[in-house]
Design a protein around this ligand. Structure first.
Ligand code: ATP
Length: 360
């Protein structure tokens, strides 16, 4: 759908985007995930031609070239973090864009009705937009953007100000809009949202792309420490490759050695071993560890925090290292896991992922 080449954007000498190279495929949901101030809004505004890049270019695979900016812009639409609605009825808000384009009233009526069904707001036509809840206002904003049947839809943190119920409604709506092949670029700071919706994710940090990949690649094979930390890896141990044999290598960290899958690293290299909290298992004290459990560590539970719903997060002190472990609530109950108790942890060989240490 579009490709960027070394896209840069500065505001009065301050760099907001640096050498952005990405490709967005037709029909996909592409998430731009990053913390506040990473440059997500700027990237969306540049891609949507609302802002000129300071350097680099965007190549669109859409009818119309950069010279025919209006034709190109008509294929695109954007939904902002806060819906800017008129103090008028829902119908007038949604119909506004088509009226500007001088569509016939009968066409406008049919399109508004169809779009309100899509966003789950049929029956709201005569309601004043100012009286709507935040979630309903955001759905009106989606209706205003999709009424033109855009081929490319940009969504800038569309659930940032919503409660979990409305967040779910908007996420379901995004999937519904995407189904007929509409390409969606979604900026978000919520990793769960990117994971649930996107086919590919770009991680943005201080205007630079750290990694582009499928949700699985980003979550289980982060390339840098920033990506690992941002997507909640939690357990990152600095160490050195001690030895390498076939498909495994031994990494010595300050407090313990770990056997991990071998990749492109060599003995003597400074690395970090990463493992997600949900990938660590708590073993029963009375059952001898199986040989498959290569990395077994013993520690003491120092804190337990509810993750909401079915999961608990345990903090387990192993010498000077505090490991973060997520366990289902019922497992914690059956195993009687409590603060002050000993816990035997298994860091599964295949779940350990290694990155270069200075890769920040
Ligand atoms: P948030 O999630 O908080 O909206 P973001 O990832 O969308 O953040 P941007 O709004 O794109 O980040 O901002 C990236 C950087 O560019 C910030 O340092 C911001 O202050 C700066 N910036 C953005 N727009 C402008 C502007 N019009 N003039 C000057 N600086 C700007």
């Amino acid at each position: 759908m579009l490709r960027t080449e070394n896209l840069c954007k500065s505001f009065e000498g301050k760099v907001a985007l640096e050498e952005i190279n990405l490709e967005i495929k037709k029909g996909e949901i592409f998430a731009v995930l990053g913390p506040s101030g990473a440059g997500k809004t700027t990237l969306l505004r540049v891609l949507n031609l609302l802002e000129k890049p300071s350097n680099g270019r965007i190549l669109f695979h859409l009818p119309g070239s950069e010279k025919e900016k209006l034709a190109l812009r008509r294929k695109m639409a954007m939904v902002f973090q806060e819906a800017p609605l008129f103090n008028r009825s829902v119908y007038e808000n949604v119909a506004y864009g088509l009226k500007v384009r001088k569509e016939r009233e009968v066409v406008i009526k049919e399109r508004v009705e169809r779009t309100l069904v899509l966003v789950g707001l049929s029956g709201y036509e005569s309601r004043n937009a100012a009286t709507l809840s935040g979630g309903e206002r955001q759905r009106v904003a989606f209706a205003m953007a999709t009424i033109f049947e855009p081929e490319l839809l940009f969504l800038d943190e569309p659930t940032a100000n919503l409660d979990p119920v409305n967040e779910g409604i908007i996420e379901e709506l995004i999937l519904r809009i995407n189904r007929p092949g509409v390409t969606i670029v979604l900026a978000t700071h919520k990793q769960a949202e990117a994971l649930a919706l996107a086919s590919r994710i770009a991680i943005l940090n201080s205007g630079r792309i750290e990694q582009i990949g499928t949700p699985e690649e980003i979550f289980y094979e982060p390339k840098t420490r920033f990506v690992a930390e941002f997507v909640g890896t939690k357990n990152i141990f600095e160490g050195e490759v001690k030895s390498k044999h076939g498909n495994k290598m031994l990494v010595a960290t300050k407090n313990f050695d770990l056997e991990v899958p071998s990749n492109s690293f060599n003995a003597g290299e400074q690395v970090c071993v990463c493992i997600r909290p949900e990938e660590i298992m708590v073993l029963r004290e009375d059952v001898p560890a199986k040989t498959a459990h290569r990395n077994v560590l013993s520690g003491e539970i120092t804190q337990i925090i509810s993750q909401g719903g079915a999961m608990l997060r345990l903090y387990v002190q192993v010498q000077e290292e505090c490991l973060v472990v997520d366990v289902p609530r019922h497992v914690a109950k059956v195993m009687n896991l409590k603060i002050g108790k000993k816990a035997k942890l298994s860091l599964k060989f295949g779940s350990c992922h290694v990155i270069l240490r200075d890769n920040r």
